[in-house]
Every structure is written in structure tokens, then in C-alpha cells.
Design a protein around this ligand. Structure first.
Ligand SMILES: [Zn+2]
Ligand SMILES: [Zn+2]
Ligand SMILES: [Zn+2]
Ligand SMILES: [Zn+2]
Ligand SMILES: [Zn+2]
Ligand SMILES: [Zn+2]
Length: 1023
């Protein structure tokens, strides 16, 4: 449609107004332009001839493949415009799409066009070379300073909904300039890590897309949509307590305000809540009072219901019309209120409050408005109805079938007696498929009411009946409904994978099968089971039949085993051959529980910037579902957003799935969240993401990062047999303690229901706990015995008691220090640590100096960025790194020393370097592996190089951004090594904030003033 299907009327604007097409001001002493009566699109006279933005009245019909949006909960948005009514969102609550940049008032949500980005478009048999993507244009709400890709001029506006931006590649342009750009999209700068939509398929089921993407849905109602066909509901509304004559508060009223329209036609529709009817008079303030009064007398406000469904839900629109309106004028205004632009001859109106027996009588000329029944205290109300002429045209869309149609659909004539079989035949003919096998196709009806729902039609169903029935329920739904032809074969293929988590860990395959068979009924039985992740209590079930898979999905979701609700996900499928060789898709894991709300912000940004099927919420099944989905991709990368514990968790899962995956060691990048982040610091990803950085830049850094190896170590604990202390000997007890610590740790990382195994598994080791009662851990960062582990433990326990207190990184740090100070008095356990253990490095016994703690380091960052080893010295030790196969062992003399190390003003005592470490503990001892603490009973501890490897991504040099605020120059000028400097800066900065203004002296300003006790005490008092 050349004019975009708008219903333009000339309008004089009282204040500066901008053209939505070209974003320029509409100039002149009297500002005359055009406005669409349906969608509020405002345009210059001069731009009228090449408008490209379709009217909301026709926009749903011209989408080839409708895709529902994933709506957020209602929130307030600043400086955004409603994509539907084009007005500001400022004051009223609004929803936005979690996948694309669609914004809408709550009351406009019903009219949202289901044109979300298509992220799973795999078609069997299509060659990779022949795949072309087209820009997915979204109008308005462009980032400030956006420039037009064609004319290079500014194309965004803070004044109105204008300009276009491609949801894939981020290109921005004017509406008018869009036609000069190539339509092909290459995904822009993120192309190297973008999971191509044409490689992804999702099963064609009625499971809402949110559930497959893994968007956390708050209420069950949003997950299980109301799939009941509107027509299947009994249409009795006059019975029982139905509010037939009850005026309810308006639930959904389009607040669109098209103010008085010129031309004297008076067909303006003031769609607005009755309660605020006076507000809209504002714009009429230039009229004289007298004129206004006479106008008001002449104006009638009428409620319009769009069919039975709209009546049942009390969803109506209010129109204001002149009492002298003809039937035709009234009908057109009523249709427009529902964004229906089709000519009015197919519809008629009835009086809702007509006396009994007259309900179905159509309104007649003359003066239909005056003839409406007026009930005391109620607005007159009319019913919009479909006029059944026994035949007509229906729209059939080819969807993803490859045909060269000009229009997005074909109009096929049907009659009362036409059946779907005829419709398929006629439509295939019109698509130009002449030698086709009808039985290869199926026809479905697709409803676009608040999302996209599909129902496959039987061959003997009658399309005209379907239309008529829909029309009774809702004229708008009837208008938006489409018939859709598809190949019978699901492009996703027959294998639908369900991921099931939260099962009891460590059972046998037989046991898992038994459990699951109990909850999926016989007729929904899965075809195969596996892989099984025993330690995690997770399995993948494969179904050959989509219907069975869906029923099993809903059954299992409601199943509770051992007090835990099963976690069930329907997984997308990636066809590896459709990933171009130059693309290494990025698998993103976000720990939304880390770092306050930053995880949530990041996950929503990444879902918009990349394909949402490559972004996984760790709170929803942990790393395994993502790793399973990516298992056939030969070359990909991982981005972990979370703390060091989260990274350890992902690496541990990678160890588990490694053998079954094409890519056994994908390199991992990090966006550090929360506290600690020693591994992230060593790899130059910074100390913690504070939300200040553009997520797009984070992804750029990932693209440019270099691969680097990370040594990993196995820590094996062999507790001694101590018959006189059964409590300590019994595996249930010693593990109990560990289990608790581990659980405490994991419960921050995951939700409580979703615990991985009690301990990590070494592949060569075969199991977490061997017959001889030993425990095996994988260590990535460091292993501490004594004082630092003890502090870690206290901190941990405190956090467990009151997790809400520990949301901010600053707070965490302050608390850590407070615990440390308390420990100065009354410490006994680790006082003579050097006497309580024996240390052997590479087969040689090492004499220990008097220390209260030993730390064994794989990376040169510990305790939130400190470097206990320190810079190079003229001694016998070699320069350490995290891939040389050598560990560094240092000693700490006490809590004061520990604090000094943490503040960067002293280093620890260097004890040894080596690749094989054996320690014998003579008494109970606090220990920590990668920040997970527990109390270990006496026995042997062995640390040796693990067979497991990890490839990490290190952020490129010279582009380092310190994300901690306020770095004092004094600190930066210190003589410490570069990495230590950064961490000191970070810790000093933290203290500065905590003490609210008190100046902390840097290391350069004398040791006395900056002892950690002082600094830390201030930090504590500040909190
Ligand atoms: Zn213009
Ligand atoms: Zn319009
Ligand atoms: Zn709106
Ligand atoms: Zn969307
Ligand atoms: Zn694009
Ligand atoms: Zn332009």
C-alpha cells in the first residue's frame, strides 16, 4: 500500500510538532500537517507521498511470519514512546519486549504488532550459501545521537517516535531513507559471535516462546497461555452473574488522543477512559467557552464492544461522536477504534442496551446515535458485528514456503461449503505451486491476539465457519486471523529434546528411567534418554512426537521429587552445518543472582544484542542446557557473567560434557559480577562490572580477546581413619560439612533447588568420593589452609544467615574485614599452623616458618585482587603464571599480615614453588578451595596437576577499563606491579566510598597511617 494504509486527515498543530517520517519540525506560522486517525502518525504534506511506515491497522497483515513478543512485567520507562499509539510512555506503566525494542502502554498491548525478531529460521535442505538475511526494522526509540546510514544526518528524536533501527545489526536510518539502503543484513559488528538464526530451529508446539528462550516467567498464567479457542467458549453472557448491564470500570481503554480533527467531519475518536474524559479537553483550550459548551451538547460518548469476547472481558473502547452522525460515520469510527481499516460494508452495529428481543436488530439511519438506549447513569453502548454474506475472501499466507509472491498473502475466495482441502489446493495454485502434493502441506489458523497461537486445521473444516465464529467473538481477531500453509514436516525434525533437572543426583540410568516413566504417562513416553548428568541429577529426554513432548513438558513441570520441583526445558536445536566457518557463536551464561540486579540487566541486553537462543540464565538449569544445545558446534566461545564460583561451575560442567561435545575446550571470557573475581582480574576482565559499561563493548572485548591456557589442579583429601571419633570419620559427617559449605556457595550461584553434585569430579578419578573416603576437588584459583580459610568460613556462615545483607560488593568487602578484626582476639585453631601440618613439595619436605596460614596459588590474584606472591625479586623463584604447571606456596603470619596483603602494602612469605604438593594435617583445619571453605578433618591432602584443561579468553591489552570508581593518583603512582596496582586501587577505592569522605592515605604516604587495621576499621564504621 503506497500510503501505508493510514487514514490521514489534515491538522493544524498548536505547538511545535515533528514529522514522524523525516523527523523534522513541521514548520510554518500555522503548523499544518497530517495525522492518521487510527495510529497517530504525523507527517508533512511534502512527505505524504512516500510514507513507508505502515498503519497499525494493517501492519499485522503485512508480516509474513508473525512472531510474538516476550512481554516484560509493567514498568515505567523514561523517554520512550509507545510503538502502538506513538505517544510518550512517561507517566503510565508500560510493557516492553525482552527480545526486541518494542514498547507499549498496557492499554495498547492488545494492538501490538507481533513482529518480534525471528531467531530460529532453520529450513531443511536450504544451502548455507543461499541464506540471506534482511534487516529487521524497528521504528523509533533510537539511541541518542543515532545517525542515518544513508544521509548521515541525525535520525533520532526525543520528541516523537521516528527513525528506524535494525534489530540485528543496529543500523539506523530515516523512514524515508530506508528505501535507499540494501535490504540484506550482515548482523554488523557482532557477526563473528552471532548465533545465526538460520541455524536454529525450535519445535512447532504451543509451548510459549518464553519457555524455550528461558525467560523467567513470574506467574504460571503467563506460561500456560489461554489456548482455548475463543469460539469454544460458551457465548452465554446473559446468564448468571454476567455483568450484562453493569458498567464496570474500564479495564482496557486506548488512551489515544486524537484531538479535534479539521475538515468539519467530526469523525475524531477520543479513545480514552471515561474517568479522564475531561483531560482531553486541554487541547481545545483555544476554543471559546461557548463553542465548547455547544460542542459538548452535541457530542455523545459511546462504548464500543468488539464481539462477545470483548464483552465478556469488558474490553471496550470509548468513542466520542456527534449526535448527528450517520450510520456509516458511526460504523467507521467504531471500526477505527479497533484499528480496523477494512471498508465498513461487512459490518453492522447493534445497541447493547436494546430492549429484550431487539438485541440483534441492526442500528438504522437516520440519527442512529440519538436512537441508542440510554440507561440511567450509563453511557450508551454499541456492539460491532460481522455481516455474514455466506461467502467472501480469506487471506492465506505462504509463511516460510519458498514462493515468489509480491504480496505477503493471497486472497482466496471461499463459500459456506468450502473446506480446508479446497483452500489448500486453491492457495497452492495461487502461490504458483502447480505440481504439488497437497498431502505434503497442512493448513493452520494463526491468531494474533496478544501473541501468536496456531491451530492445525482438519481437511474437512470450513474456513468460512471459522471466520464467522471468530467474527462473533471479536471482529479485530477475525481481521488479524490468518490461514497459514506449511510443510507437514516440522523443520525442527522429529527429535525434540527436553532437559530435566532437579532429579536426585547419583542414581543409575534405570532409576532415572523409572522415576521419569512414573510421571510421563505411557502414551507420552520418551523415545530415548541421555545424556545423563549423574552428578547433577539432570537428563535429556528425546521425543519423536512433538505433541508427546509437550504433554510430557507440562506433566514434568508440575512434578515434585524429594521436595524439589523438576526443572524442565524444551531445548532449541542448532544445525552445525548452517554456522558459517567465520562465525564462532558465543554461548552466554548469566548468573542473574550475582552482583545485585546487574545480572538481570546484562541478560536482557545480551538477549537483544544477540540471538536469545545463545543466552542462558544459570538460574534456570545451570550450564548444562546451554552446553547441550551447543554440543555439535565445532568452534564456539563462552562468556560467563558471574563470580569466580560461577566460572568454576561452568568449567566443571564443561569437564562433564566434554567428551560428548564437538568442541571440548571452548575458550571462556568473563564479565565479573559480585565480589572477589580473582580469576577475572588476572585475565584482565576487571574487578567487577558496575553497570556503567555498554554491553555492546563487553561483547566487542570478547571478540578481540586472546586465548590463553589455564592450569587446573586436583585437590584430593584423604581423611584419616580415627576410630575413636566416629563423628569425624563417618563419610556422612565429613562430607556433611563440606556439603554444607558447598551448598551454601552454590545456593548463591543457583537457586536452592538446583544443586550440582556435592563435589567436583575428576574424569580420571571417576567419582567425587572414592571408596577410601577421599574427596576430590578441582582448583582453578587457590587453595588456602588456616587463617584465610577461617575468615572465609566466618564470612560464608554470616552470609548464609542473612543473604540479603550481602548484595553489594562494597558491603561484602566491609563485612569481610569486620570478621577479620574480630578474629584478632580469641583465635586458637590456627595459631601454630606450622606445627599442625607437614608440607612436601615435589617430594621434598619443606620446613615451615611460624605461620597461621598457607595459601597455594595458581593465579596471582587472591582475596579480591591482592597479589600475595608479589612482584619479581632477586631470589631463587621463577616468575609465576597460570599456565606453567607450577603452583606458588606462600605463608601468612597472622590476621594483620593478611590484611596488609589484601591492601597491597605487604606480600606474603614465599615458601616454595612446585607441581606436586602433599600436606599432612594433624588436626581439624579450616580450608578453602577457590573461596569455598569448610573444616577439614586430619589426614593427607594432595594437590596435583589435573588432566582437565581450560582455555580462557584474556581481554586485550591496552584497552583495560577499570570499572571501580575513584582511583586515587597516589595509589596509581605506587611502585607495585601493574596488576597489583589495579587491585590495590580497587580496594582503596572501596574503602574511600565506605568511609564517606574520609581520606585514606595511599601506600606512598607512610605505613603508619595506612595500616590495614586503620583503613579497614574506618571501612567498617562507615557501613
Ligand atoms: Zn517529513
Ligand atoms: Zn495510521
Ligand atoms: Zn500507547
Ligand atoms: Zn519483540
Ligand atoms: Zn540489519
Ligand atoms: Zn536519512
Amino acid at each position: 500500500m503506497a500510503d501505508g494504509g493510514h487514514t490521514f486527515v489534515k491538522k493544524t498543530f498548536g505547538k511545535p510538532t515533528y514529522c514522524h517520517h523525516c523527523s523534522d519540525l513541521i514548520w510554518g506560522i500555522i503548523q499544518i500537517g497530517y495525522i492518521c486517525e487510527v495510529c497517530n502518525f504525523v507527517i508533512h504534506d511534502r512527505c505524504l507521498s512516500n510514507v513507508v511506515t505502515p498503519c497499525s491497522g494493517i501492519a499485522p497483515c503485512i508480516i509474513k511470519n508473525p512472531v510474538a513478543h516476550c512481554w516484560s512485567e509493567p514498568t515505567h520507562h523514561k523517554k520512550k514512546f509507545c510503538t502502538v499509539c506513538r505517544r510518550r510512555l512517561d507517566d503510565s506503566p508500560a510493557v516492553h519486549c525482552l527480545i526486541c525494542e518494542y514498547f507499549a502502554h498496557i492499554e495498547c498491548q492488545d494492538f501490538a504488532v507481533p513482529d518480534c525478531t525471528e531467531n530460529a529460521t532453520y529450513v531443511p535442505g536450504k544451502e548455507l550459501q543461499s541464506v540471506k538475511h534482511q534487516h529487521h526494522w524497528r521504528e523509533g526509540n533510537l539511541p541518542p545521537t543515532s545517525k542515518c546510514a544513508y544521509c548521515k544526518k541525525t535520525c533520532w528524536s526525543s520528541e516523537c517516535l521516528t527513525g528506524y533501527r535494525c534489530e540485528w545489526c543496529g543500523m539506523t536510518t530515516h523512514g524515508g531513507c530506508r528505501t535507499y539502503l540494501t535490504t540484506e543484513c550482515n548482523f554488523g559488528i557482532l557477526q563473528p559471535i552471532y548465533l545465526p538464526p538460520h541455524s536454529v530451529s525450535i519445535p512447532r508446539t504451543e509451548v510459549p516462546i518464553e519457555a524455550i528462550i528461558g525467560v523467567q516467567v513470574k506467574s504460571k498464567t503467563t506460561l500456560v497461555r489461554d489456548y482455548s479457542c475463543p469460539r469454544s467458549i460458551s457465548e452465554e453472557f446473559s446468564s448468571g452473574d454476567a455483568p450484562r448491564f453493569k458498567d464496570e470500570e474500564p479495564l482496557k481503554i486506548d488512551a489515544m488522543h486524537v484531538s479535534a480533527v479539521s475538515g468539519g467531519s467530526g469523525t475524531s475518536s477520543h479513545y480514552r477512559p471515561e474517568s479522564s474524559s475531561h483531560k482531553s479537553e486541554k487541547s481545545d483550550k483555544d476554543k471559546t467557552k461557548k463553542e465548547k459548551e455547544s460542542e459538548e451538547k452535541d457530542i455523545e460518548m459511546i462504548k464500543v464492544f468488539d464481539g462477545n469476547n470483548s464483552f465478556r472481558r469488558q474490553l471496550y473502547r470509548v468513542i466520542s461522536v456527534s449526535r448527528t452522525y450517520t450510520l456509516e460515520q458511526l460504523l467507521t469510527t467504531a471500526l477505527r477504534a479497533f484499528h480496523i481499516t477494512r471498508e465498513s460494508s461487512s459490518f453492522y452495529l447493534t445497541d447493547l442496551y436494546a430492549p429484550s428481543g431487539m438485541e440483534d436488530t441492526p442500528l438504522q439511519d437516520p440519527t442512529p446515535v440519538m436512537n441508542l438506549t440510554h440507561l440511567e447513569g450509563k453511557r450508551p453502548a454499541i456492539y460491532l458485528r460481522f455481516l455474514d454474506k455466506g461467502k467472501g475472501h480469506v487471506r492465506v499466507y505462504p509463511g516460510k514456503l519458498q514462493c515468489s509472491l509480491e504480496e505477503p498473502y493471497v486472497n482466496v475466495p471461499v463459500e459456506n461449503t468450502t473446506v480446508i482441502k479446497d483452500l489448500i489446493r486453491d492457495a497452492l495454485d495461487k502461490f504458483g505451486f502447480h505440481d504439488n502434493q497437497m498431502q505434503d502441506y497442512r493448513c493452520s489458523e494463526v491468531l494474533l491476539d496478544r501473541g501468536v497461537t496456531e491451530r492445525i486445521l482438519a481437511w474437512n473444516e470450513r474456513p468460512w465457519d471459522i471466520i464467522k465464529q471468530l467474527g462473533k467473538e471479536s471482529i479485530r481477531q477475525m481481521e488479524l486471523m490468518r490461514f497459514y500453509l506449511q510443510h507437514k514436516q516440522d523443520p525442527h525434525g522429529p527429535n525434540i529434546a527436553l532437559f530435566v533437572g532437579n532429579l536426585p543426583p547419583g542414581l543409575s540410568q534405570r532409576n532415572y528411567e523409572q522415576i521419569l516413566n512414573k510421571y510421563v504417562t505411557d502414551e507420552n513416553k520418551f523415545n530415548s534418554i541421555g545424556p545423563i548428568y549423574y552428578e547433577y541429577g539432570s537428563v535429556v529426554l528425546t521425543f519423536e512426537d512433538a505433541q508427546k513432548a509437550v504433554r510430557a513438558f507440562y506433566n514434568l513441570r508440575e512434578t515434585i521429587i524429594e521436595d524439589k520441583k523438576l526443572l524442565v526445558m524444551l531445548l532449541p536445536n542448532i544445525e552445525p552445518s548452517m554456522v558459517p566457518p567465520d562465525v564462532r557463536p558465543l554461548l552466554i551464561f548469566v548468573n542473574v543472582k550475582s552482583g545485585g540486579c546487574q545480572g538481570l540487566e546484562l541478560i536482557s541486553s545480551f538477549r537483544k544484542l544477540l540471538n536469545p537462543y545463545q543466552v542462558f540464565d544459570l538460574d534456570n538449569g545451570g550450564p548444562l542446557p546451554g552446553l547441550y544445545v551447543f554440543r555439535q558446534i565445532a568452534n564456539y566461545k563462552i562468556l560467563v557473567c558471574g563470580g569466580d564460583g560461577t566460572i568454576g561451575w561452568v568449567l566443571q560442567c564443561l569437564d562433564n560434557v566434554g567428551q560428548d561435545s564437538e568442541c571440548s575446550s571452548p575458550p571462556c571470557a568473563i564479565v565479573p559480577l559480585g565480589t572477589g573475581n580473582d580469576l577475572a582480574r588476572v585475565l584482565c576482565w576487571g574487578s567487577g562490572y558496575t553497570g556503567g559499561e555498554d554491553p555492546l563493548n563487553l561483547l566487542r572485548d570478547v571478540i578481540e580477546a586472546e586465548e590463553i591456557r589455564l592450569d587446573r589442579w586436583t585437590v584430593v583429601f584423604h581423611p584419616e581413619d580415627k576410630p575413636e571419633e566416629p563423628a569425624l570419620k563417618a563419610p556422612s559427617n565429613t562430607t556433611g560439612k563440606k556439603k554444607k559449605a558447598h551448598q551454601a556457595h552454590l545456593s548463591q550461584q543457583t537457586n536452592q533447588h538446583q544443586l550440582p553434585a556435592i563435589t567436583s569430579t575428576e574424569i580420571s578419578g571417576g567419582g567425587a568420593q572414592n571408596e577410601d573416603n577421599s574427596q576430590i576437588f578441582v582448583m582453578n584459583n587457590y587453595f588456602g589452609i588456616g587463617i584465610d580459610a577461617d575468615l572465609c568460613l566466618d564470612f560464608h556462615n554470616a552470609r548464609e544467615e542473612n543473604p540479603n545483607k550481602f548484595n553489594s560488593r562494597l558491603h561484602n568487602k566491609g563485612y569481610y574485614v569486620k570478621m577479620g578484626l574480630r578474629k584478632i582476639v580469641g583465635r586458637k585453631t590456627v595459631k601454630d599452623l606450622h606445627k599442625e601440618l607437614k608440607l612436601e613439595v615435589d617430594g621434598k619436605v619443606v620446613d615451615l616458618p611460624p605461620v597461621e596460614g598457607i595459601i597455594i596459588l595458581n593465579i596471582l590474584s587472591w582475596g579480591s585482587g591482592a597479589n600475595p606472591w608479589g612482584p619479581d625479586k632477586d631470589d631463587n623463584f621463577s616468575t609465576p603464571n597460570h599456565y606453567d604447571g607450577v603452583l606458588e606456596i606462600v605463608g601468612v603470619t597472622g590476621v594483620v599480615h593478611l590484611g596488609q596483603i589484601q591492601s597491597g602494602i605487604r606480600t606474603a612469605m614465599r615458601i616454595a614453588q612446585g607441581g606436586h604438593i602433599k600436606i599432612h594435617l594433624y588436626s581439624d583445619m579450616p580450608v578453602q578451595v577457590d573461596g569455598e571453605p569448610w573444616v577439614q578433618s586430619p589426614g593427607d591432602v594432595v594437590v596435583l596437576k589435573s588432566a582437565l584443561k581450560a582455555t580462557m579468553l584474556k581481554k586485550g591489552r591496552g584497552k583495560r577499563r577499570l570499572t571501580e570508581p575513584h582511583i586515587s593518583p597516589a595509589v596509581l603512582s605506587s611502585t607495585l606491579s601493574a596488576s597489583a596496582t589495579a587491585s590495590v586501587a580497587a580496594s582503596q577505592a572501596t574503602i574511600q566510598i565506605n568511609t564517606t569522605g574520609s581520606v585514606i592515605s595511599g601506600p606512598g604516604q607512610g605505613q603508619a597511617g595506612s595500616t590495614p587495621e586503620n583503613g579497614d576499621r574506618e571501612a567498617v564504621t562507615g557501613t
